[in-house]
Design a protein around this ligand. Sequence first.
Ligand code: PEP
Length: 247
Amino acid sequence: MNKNLRAAVIAGNWKMNKTRPEAKALVEELKPLVKDADCGVVVCVPFTNLETVLEAAKGSNIKVGAQNCHFEKSGAFTGEVSADMLVEMGVEYVVIGHSERRAYFGETDETVNKRLKQALANGLKPIVCVGETLDERESGLTEDVLKRQLIKGLDGVKGAGDIIIAYEPVWAIGTGKTATPQMANETIGYIRRIAKDLLSEDFSILYGGSMNAANAKDLLAQSEIDGGLIGGASLKPNDFSIICNCD
Ligand code: PEP
């Protein structure tokens, strides 16, 4: 992490886990463990947990995010949640374009772009996910895929503002396979060059994909890696706090 250049952020992605009592207990346990963390600490929780977690996190340094938002302001979109509904609750962050949404819910670069614009228009801080599949990496297509995701995903967006990008190689998510620190650093360096060209500003880029208490220090020591988007390990307060407390 290069904290004098860019903000460091460790964000947990709880995915579809935790009932409200479990969510409250997790945050209560996490609060004292991360209170001195020298980075932004964010938990991105299911919609049903937002109110509970916002309440539990009050007065602490833990910020709250959602895992998606719709690209229209309001209307006939059954089952969806809009950016301004999140903002009204006090939510600050939103994950956009997670590979699970791209794989299972038809998310495309175009819908990522529309959601991103809606999030920004409402003052949310978007964590935009990009990453290649194993096939794409093995076919030497990693850079092409990332470039396409960035050009289309960031199309028409002016300035980096509060955008955070998360590089999440799809083959590393929830698999226990992590990109080596060098590989993650190089790829994030590439993403930074492309996105900086598009947005004319620098911004934080996180690594995500099986980051855990054991491998976080090496990954976070890399100059291009400004933090992490953490799935499985964010459900374990002790492990998540170890990651948040890495220098
Ligand atoms: C994620 O869900 O964004 C993620 C990186 O998951 P995991 O840490 O479990 O690989």
